[in-house]
Write a protein that binds this ligand. Structure first.
Ligand code: GLN
Length: 379
């Protein structure tokens, strides 16, 4: 039979591809973004506790009440705005939150403005709706948003703008001024905003994460998506959530209830307990800043030139002094011949432009980072 693909140009993700190659060649894996250190034993104990205590049947569709309450008060504490648990949906990783948001609101033939480079998932999910992703280039200098270009990209077909701060892959973060400009651009329109904030707790150098939730005006038209996988080093648990006002939540519930319906109950109860102590998430930036600084220190004598990372657990490195291979080939060569896997950043661009920049994940133990740097500094 002939399969009529809805996504004929989509293959396996670069993250899966590079992690597999790292495994196949025994390379140190700094490609796909995941930590090589463990989840807190206390949190694991809580999951196991709730499984043994019999919390093993369908939880409520939007999430268990203690977790939705805990998330609402965490948002209130972090971003200084009253938040009700009815604005919270617990999802299967942030990716389900992103999927639900785009599928709920983007219609066939509409346009969604994304920043270029962008996380690879957005465009695929937009295309699945029969809609088009319009990439607006981030500043090549510092990956900041060029709002004049965003404004020019808006047409009567624009349904949504997707922002992502701290930004994957660059590590750039938005400022208060960015939120002001986004308010101005969307004011008196029906444009929705999807704000992907999965690295909200990984921001460096005393800077502050500017959540869309800090703007009362933007909140009315926005869905913000978050990740427990990123914050609690548990990417395999697939636990995320979104925050949205009731009029948007109503539409997204329709997708969620026929998509995953509801999320792993014992883990939800465990997270509700674990969130009671803000130190569990407030200390993350410091821990990751140490790792970023350690990685930069051990790479200082290499020919790889770092680009400032203000957030996320990624560090971009320009390798133009090491090789003139295109970045996809360079990533493959490094994995096979040098023994370090990284992500080529061209895959994040709509036109796959090659800037000789690789993305390294530093969510690793110091020994792992040191071993990788030893190999890279020899080049
Ligand atoms: N978000 C992770 C990254 O950027 C990858 C997630 C995935 O493998 N799909 O590396």
């Amino acid at each position: 039979m002939q399969v009529n693909s809805k996504l004929p140009n989509v293959g396996i993700t670069i993250f899966t591809k590079m992690s597999k190659m790292a495994n196949d060649y025994g390379a140190i894996n700094l490609s796909q973004g995941f930590p090589d250190f463990e989840v807190a034993p206390e949190l694991i104990e809580r999951v196991s506790h709730y499984m043994k205590a019999g919390f093993n049947q369908y939880p409520p569709m939007l999430g268990v009440l203690p977790l939705r309450e805990a998330i609402a008060s965490k948002v209130e504490k972090s971003y200084g705005r009253a938040t009700d648990m009815n604005e919270v949906m617990v999802t299967c990783g942030a990716i389900e939150a992103i999927f639900n948001t785009i599928s709920a609101f983007v219609h066939r033939d509409q346009e969604v403005i994304i920043m270029d480079p962008a996380y690879d998932a957005y465009e695929v999910i937009i295309n699945l709706q029969g809609a088009r992703a319009i990439g607006v280039p981030l500043s090549p200098k510092d990956y900041s948003i060029q709002w004049d270009l965003v404004k020019k990209a808006i047409t009567p077909k624009t349904s949504m703008i997707i922002i992502n701060s701290p930004h994957n892959p660059s590590g750039a973060i938005i400022s208060k001024e960015d939120l002001k400009l986004l308010e101005e651009i969307t004011r008196d329109t029906d444009i929705l905003v999807l704000s992907d904030e999965v690295y909200e707790h990984i921001v460096f150098d005393g800077k502050e994460h500017q959540s869309i939730l800090k703007s009362d005006e933007l909140r009315e038209r926005s869905v913000a998506t978050f990740s427990f996988g990123k914050t609690f080093h548990a990417t395999g648990w697939r636990m995320g959530y979104l925050i949205a006002p009731p009029h948007l939540m109503n539409e997204m519930s329709k997708i969620h209830q026929y998509n995953t319906f509801t999320i792993h109950a014992p883990t939800q109860y465990a997270l509700a307990d674990y969130l009671q102590d803000p130190a569990h998430y407030e200390g993350i930036s410091g821990m990751y800043q140490e790792k970023r600084d350690f990685f930069l220190k051990v790479m200082a004598n290499s020919k790889f030139k770092p680009v400032l990372s203000s957030g996320t657990y990624f560090q971009l490195m320009n390798y133009a002094e090491v090789s003139d291979l295109p970045d996809v080939e360079m990533a493959e060569w490094l994995t096979k011949e040098v023994g370090v896997a990284a992500i080529p950043t061209s895959i994040f661009y709509q036109d796959k432009q090659d800037n000789k920049v690789l993305r390294f994940c530093f969510a690793k133990n110091e020994e792992t980072l040191k071993a990788a740097a030893d190999k890279l500094t020899r080049l």
